[in-house]
Design a protein around this ligand. Structure first.
Ligand code: KG4
Ligand code: ZN
Length: 331
């Protein structure tokens, strides 16, 4: 029923996230373990290390949130079934499926991106349907027309690097540790916005697709031409301006093209302050409204999976005994 409690498990990449969502109450317990420090020395996520760490962390975290929520067991289990790293997905899927089997409760395999784009529904003033969703993370950049839960139409996506990936690669060029998105944004604050102008890729032609890999190359060439000169902050600023501006232009276009008035922004890059301010001003200008998850629900977490799973279960969906883990899975 709608009052049921759902355990959500997220292990698609380098965060072990667990949460319990209860209909009528919201998130009643949650824990997150981030592996970022473990992968930082390799300059990116090492899939095998990620899987092993999920194995170590997951069950103790589930134990903790059940105790915290005062539950012997939840009424259902939702786990991220994809897309993501196959080994990492298998940990969450196998543990989630096994727990559910032991407890005799249903499971549902959740699409990771559906988790992200429903995350703003966990806020005190959630958006109504329909809305346009901009999903900007380390692995994905997409614009989706969301008519309702489960009714998604892809409007555009990145043809190469995701926005977060471009942030991370450019941060690496600037000597910042992985994942460098937030550090690049901090560095950009000290930069001179007039010094360099980077291109706004694919904005001079119609359409809602993106391409961000050229910006990293542009940053590389700019740094090379400068030689020894200390221009890191100015490059960070020009790069951030270009990404933010490009996302703004495409979001404005998506709203105009569909006639929608609400914009939801989710995924790790939606934590970016200048993107949030820019989008808020643009949407305000168009007479619409913009919705963001709180910062801790912008990046990967268990709460968004518990919530998306609850929506699916309440709508009558659940899986049979199979364990679902799909590294590639269109929304
Ligand atoms: O959603 P997420 O946690 O993981 C994926 O599913 O990919 O997103 C992580 C991405 C990373 O690329 C990280 O550098 C980026 O989000 N990110 C940021 C900021 N905070 C995190 N990028 C720009 N500005 C930020 N403040
Ligand atoms: Zn994610």
């Amino acid at each position: 029923g709608a009052q049921c409690s759902v355990l959500g498990i997220e292990t698609s990449c380098d965060e072990t996230g667990v949460a319990i969502y209860q209909g009528g109450r919201g998130i009643v317990a949650e824990r997150l373990h981030t592996q970022a420090a473990m992968h930082a020395r390799y300059g990116g996520v090492v899939p095998e290390l990620a899987s092993r760490d999920h194995i170590r962390r997951l069950l103790p975290l589930v134990r903790e949130i059940l105790d915290h929520a005062g539950l012997m067991q939840p009424d259902a289990v939702a786990y991220t079934a994809g897309p993501g790293l196959i080994g990492a997905l298998h940990v969450g899927a196998s543990v989630g499926r096994s727990l559910a089997f032991g407890w005799g409760v249903p499971t549902v395999g959740v699409h990771h991106l559906e988790g992200h784009l429903l995350a703003p529904m966990l806020e005190p003033e959630p958006p109504d349907f329909p809305f346009i969703a901009l999903l900007v993370s380390g692995g994905h950049t997409l614009l989706v027309d969301v008519a309702d839960v489960g009714r998604y139409a892809l409007l555009g996506e990145s043809l190469d690097d995701a926005a977060g990936e471009a942030f991370d690669k450019t941060a690496k060029l600037l000597g910042l540790p992985y994942p460098g998105g937030a550090a690049l944004a901090a560095l950009a604050q000290q930069g001179d916005g007039q010094r360099f102008r980077f291109p706004r890729p694919m904005t001079d032609r119609p359409g809602l697709d993106f391409s961000f890999s050229g910006l990293k190359t542009f940053a590389m060439n700019t740094l090379r031409e400068a030689g020894e000169a200390d221009i890191g902050a100015d490059v960070a600023r020009a790069f951030e301006d270009a990404v933010v501006d490009t996302l703004l232009i495409k979001c404005r276009r998506a709203l105009a093209q569909t006639g929608r008035r609400r914009l939801v922004v989710a995924g790790g890059v939606s934590a970016n302050r200048r993107l949030r301010e820019g989008l808020a001003a643009m949407v305000d200008d168009q007479g619409g409204s913009v919705f963001f998850p709180r910062p801790e629900y912008c990046t990967d977490n268990g709460a968004m999976i518990a919530y998306a799973g609850w929506r699916r279960l309440v709508a009558g969906q659940s899986d049979d005994l199979e364990i679902r883990a799909m590294p590639r899975w269109p929304l």
